[in-house]
Design a binder for this molecule. Structure first.
Ligand code: BES
Ligand code: MN
Ligand code: ZN
Length: 507
């Protein structure tokens, strides 16, 4: 990953491939953002005009390249749009994150770049650092053209980023950069897992990767394999995983802090590949289904990040890992599963598998009586239809907690929106044979799935459900600090929730 430094160097003397500056949308055209004073001076104070001549407006996502002024060691200036100029010139964190990400993407293949974006405070340092580290991400593990896997075809991500204006001796600045580094490294690891093809990321392999990370970061880990799952009666996970030659796993990661007095549980849907099972998905709907373990990847990343940050809170992560495949041993539409909670579920559609593995993991998480449970899942196509491909839905059994989760998401730059759990949709899942069916009314399918999950949350436990089916995997082109493919959606929201809980701000 890109190496990050805070630097007090002046822009002109800095040896780098490029200097990144910010340009905002002012009332009368583009304005040069704070941080770029030296560049502007070297342009005789006429940089805004130069940028306007080149067609720059300061709009978000915009990128303009211009040659450095005389006397600068770096040959290139990259001006990135920050959107509307704020009245107090205090740029929103997300504008900084996106602009830094746009620049970092354009700097693929470069050795070093200096970022001279507006740094008002430590929060800005953190936002720029995150934008750089997340924007520079690329997944090229398999781009070796059949040759030496070390001789990559793809250009390497930006090797080194110096944040000008970030004070290396300021404790708050240093902490913000360290936090951004830990969170971004783990988030990028989640992206790697999501992007890894399903033949190379089975439940057992995923569990093995979690074991290594747990060892490295002092996290307790317990892995239940198919034998242990059978013994324990995890009918949901076993039912879904039964059709695959790659057997399922339930992974429990426990990060504890000696001074913690709160306990959060995160539960992730980890379908390493979702073919739909016997209710097979048609071609056109299964090519990206390696992304169906994005929830588990997010939970994994968040627990490791919490450990690396040493947060004063206990966090348990549950990864419900299975591959949903059709075969002679696969669960059939019409089968009844006895779940870990003891409830019976009539499987009417084997493609509604996420809720089955989550049900077992939610019940297992509930047994520890955490202060709150948050599950994360690429659960329904319906949520994508409702909220589009960049926003995740937040459902909960507690209005205040749903608002807390929603606000945490917005705060870290993850678009989210509250969704209801309408009681009248519950009866659509009534089953003639079992306690409940795994499908209900088609309309409001995302909410139906949420209502199903609610049945497997222990009595009296605060719970929220994030349906990240839309934002988990970016099928379009990259934007801001979001790459094509796995995005790492929900990682930053979960980390923020852990921080808020540690600070005693979770209500
Ligand atoms: N993994 C899918 C949901 C999904 C779809 C995620 C598209 C990301 C992109 C999930 O397991 C699924 O197949 N859900 C079904 C449920 C239905 C059968 C009740 C769906 O949404 O169609
Ligand atoms: Mn499915
Ligand atoms: Zn699925």
């Amino acid at each position: 990953m890109t190496a990050l430094t805070l630097s007090t160097s002046a822009a002109p003397g800095l040896r780098a491939d490029a200097i990144v500056i910010g340009v905002a949308k002012g009332a009368k055209g583009p304005v040069v953002a704070p941080g770029a004073e030296a560049v502007n001076e070297a342009y005789d104070g006429k940089l805004a005009g130069v940028l306007e001549t080149l067609g720059a407006s300061g709009a978000e996502g915009e990128l303009t390249k211009l040659p450095s002024p005389a006397g600068f060691k770096a040959p290139l200036v990259i001006a990135v749009g920050l959107g509307a100029e704020p009245e107090d010139r205090d740029y929103p964190a997300e504008a900084l994150r996106k602009a830094a990400g746009v620049a970092a993407r354009a700097l693929t293949g470069a050795k070093k770049a200096a970022f001279a974006l507006p740094v008002e405070d430590a929060a800005a340092v953190g936002a720029i650092a995150e934008g750089v580290l997340l924007g520079a991400y690329s997944f090229d593990t398999y781009k070796d053209n059949g040759k030496d896997p070390k001789a990559k075809n793809g250009k390497a991500p930006l090797a080194e980023a110096a944040l000008l204006g970030g004070k290396p001796r300021d404790a708050a600045h240093k902490a913000a950069a360290a936090r951004a580094t830990a969170v971004s490294e783990e988030l990028n690891r989640a992206r790697d897992l999501i992007n890894t093809p399903p033949n190379d990321l089975t439940p057992a392999i995923f569990a093995g990767i979690a074991q290594e990370a747990a060892k490295e970061h002092g996290i307790k880990i317990q892995v239940l394999d198919d034998k242990a799952l059978t013994k324990g009666g995890y009918g949901g996970i076993l039912g879904v995983g039964g059709g695959s030659a790659a057997t399922p796993r339930l992974v429990k990661l426990s990060y504890t802090h000696a001074k913690a007095d709160k306990h959060l549980a995160f539960v992730g849907k980890g379908i390493t590949y979702d073919s739909g099972g016997i209710s097979l998905k048609p071609a056109g709907h299964n090519e990206t289904m390696k992304c169906d373990m994005s929830g588990a990847a997010a939970v994994f990343a968040a627990v490791v990040a919490a450990a690396r940050l040493g947060l004063e809170v206990n966090v348990t992560g549950w990864l419900a890992l299975a591959e949903n495949m059709p075969s002679g041993s696969a669960v059939r539409p019409g089968d009844v599963l006895r779940m870990y909670s003891g409830k019976t579920v009539e499987v009417l559609n084997t493609d509604a598998e996420g809720r089955l593995v989550l049900a077992d993991a939610l019940w297992a998480a509930s047994a520890e009586k955490p202060d709150a449970i948050v599950d994360v899942a690429t659960l329904t196509g319906a949520m994508m239809l409702a909220l589009g491909s960049r926003t995740f839905g937040v459902m909960a059994n507690d209005d205040a907690f749903r608002s807390t989760v929603h606000e945490a998401a917005e705060e870290v730059g993850e678009p989210a929106w509250p969704m209801p759990l309408p009681e009248h949709l519950r009866k659509g899942m009534d089953s003639a044979t079992a306690d409940i069916a795994n499908m209900g009314e088609r309309m409001g399918g995302g909410l139906v799935a949420g209502l199903f999950l609610r049945e497997f949350v222990g009595e009296g436990i605060t719970w929220a459900h994030l349906d990240i089916a839309g934002p988990a995997f970016n099928e379009g082109g990259p934007f801001g600090y979001t790459p094509k493919g796995g995005t790492g959606s929900a990682v930053r929201t979960l980390v923020r929730l852990a921080e808020l809980t540690a600070a005693g701000d979770l209500g």
